[in-house]
Ligand binder design. Structure first.
Ligand code: FAD
Length: 448
């Protein structure tokens, strides 16, 4: 049995001072009470935590940034492995490498890399965890230039279900290296990621135009067609938020003067009610959505990958699961372009799937009153269902409560078979099952 004195970090149990703060995650709907929390400060602590959980037969949750849609990092009556004290990042600018501890947030990776004008692909909200994001794939504003976050991992260090420390790279345990790039937290606890960095400079540009709903159909058609020719520095975005206006535009990473060359074409798509072209630094860009993506709300979201975006899909996007796109408390919707370097990577290279995606669609809603839970979730489900006929799959990190059906949408059959074989090899007892779970086929294991 673990005692607090045998840890470099800290053991917390219900009633301890920090217990409630540490068990709180991004989605306020996840309000679970672990029997113990081990705040790991070293790889040895992670080993101790895994072994302790197994001795006491406790379910394990693994927490990095705590942004998982369902808050599965927090196990009810189980043992939470809290990696957040392991948040360090070390950069070697000469080798263009970053070594990132398993509990680090994206902001720490970006801050450390940008000191040298370097970066690797990270997500759009700086308080998201490197751990969950990278293990599921990792989309961000640099992905069309440099691939997903997982495409930039050179090696992983991981603690297995047996409490052993292993490494994975193209030459060491290459099967595990394949699975950790897109297979989520199924195979063990990653204690370090080694990333390739790129000289991206420190500049960015964001162009956004807002249109009335009635004017938006031809605009989004033109926006879609422009995207087909867009340079890789540009990531096209579109969204509808609480004000009901339709935003279309793009985010550019690199020399803003180059990015501005796209502005006239974007401007000519229609008559916007507002327009804004700004030149944030790369670090400002990476924090731009931190407030809208903030903590302490009840949240529900769903998503699809779209290989094509025909006019009928644009219409469904604009209607947001309703007759005419109008109403109270409609879910937000968004589109983010893929392609470029994401699609350059051969599909068989990693567990991550659906590299032929044109746009990722997401719908999400946030609220505070638990009395609104059912209505809010139903609205987002209706909205996602309306886009379903155009969907080609789903991003595993966008999955919520879809269960096995969701896993089948995230991974085509051949990939799922390979992931299952890897799970049999590394975690046949399904010790790590509080995740988007790949079930082993050798033993039933705990059910998620
Ligand atoms: P956690 O809840 O801590 O972890 C999620 C799961 O990942 C855990 O349950 C565990 O199974 C596993 N895990 C985490 N760390 C480790 C580790 N070190 N070792 C083993 N397993 C681990 N995704 C994108 O691709 N691009 C985006 O721009 C983006 N933006 C987002 C913005 C917000 C506000 C939110 C909430 C999510 C966003 N996402 C984005 C989705 C995000 O990638 C997932 O929610 C991801 O799971 C978050 O990881 P985390 O470490 O913060 O979460």
């Amino acid at each position: 049995m673990t005692t607090a004195t045998s840890l470099d970090g800290q053991l917390l149990v219900p009633g301890d001072k920090d217990y409630d703060d540490v068990r709180a995650v991004w989605n306020a709907m996840a309000d679970r009470r672990p029997r113990m929390i081990i705040r790991c400060a070293s790889v040895a602590d992670v080993v101790t935590a895994v072994r302790t959980a197994r001795e006491l037969d406790l379910e394990i949750g693994v927490r990095c940034g705590g942004h998982g849609a369902l808050g599965l990092a927090v196990p009810e009556d189980g043992l939470m492995i809290d990696l957040s004290p392991m948040g360090g990042v070390r950069v070697d600018p000469a080798q263009r490498r970053a070594w990132v501890q398993g509990g680090a947030l994206l902001g720490a990776l970006d801050d450390a890399s940008q000191r040298y004008g370097l970066a690797t692909t990270a997500g759009n909200v700086s308080h998201t965890g490197v751990g969950g994001l990278t293990l599921g794939g990792g989309m961000g504003w640099l992905a069309r230039q440099h691939g997903l976050a997982c495409d930039n991992v050179v090696s992983f260090e991981m603690v297995t279900a047996e409490g052993e420390v292993v490494r994975a790279s193209r030459t060491e345990n290459p099967d595990l290296f394949w699975g950790l790039r897109g297979g989520g937290g199924n195979f063990g606890v990653v204690t370090e990621f080694e990333f390739r960095l790129h000289p991206v400079g420190t500049q960015a540009l964001v162009a956004e135009y807002q249109y009335r709903l009635d004017d938006a159909l031809p605009v989004l058609r033109g926006w879609r067609d422009l995207n087909a020719e867009a340079p890789r520095q540009a990531t096209f975005t579109a969204s509808i938020g609480g004000d009901g206006l339709v935003t279309a535009g793009f985010v550019w990473v690199g020399d803003p003067r180059e990015g501005r060359k796209l502005v006239p074409a974007m401007r000519s798509l229609g008559r916007p009610v507002t327009e804004s072209v700004s030149e944030p630094s790369y670090l400002e860009l990476q924090r731009r959505d931190d407030v809208t993506g903030g903590h302490a709300f009840r949240r529900y979201s769903k998503g699809h990958y779209l290989r094509r975006f025909p006019d009928e899909a644009i219409e469904a996007f604009l209607r947001r699961g309703t007759e005419n796109g109008r109403g109270d408390n409609l879910p937000n919707v968004g589109l983010q372009a893929h392609g470029g370097a994401i699609a350059d990577v051969p599909d068989e290279d990693s567990a991550f799937s659906h590299r032929g995606t044109l746009f990722e669609f997401s719908t999400g809603t946030r609220w505070t009153d638990p009395g609104e839970d059912e209505a809010r979730m139903a609205g987002a489900r209706r909205c996602a269902a309306a886009l379903d006929p155009f969907a080609s799959g789903v991003y595993v990190n966008m999955l919520g409560d879809e269960g096995v059906e969701g896993i089948r949408r995230a991974y085509p059959p051949a990939k799922l078979a390979r992931l299952t074989a890897l799970k049999n090899a590394y975690d046949p007892g399904n010790v790590f099952h509080l995740n988007q779970n790949i079930r082993p086929s050798v033993s039933p294991g705990p059910i998620d």
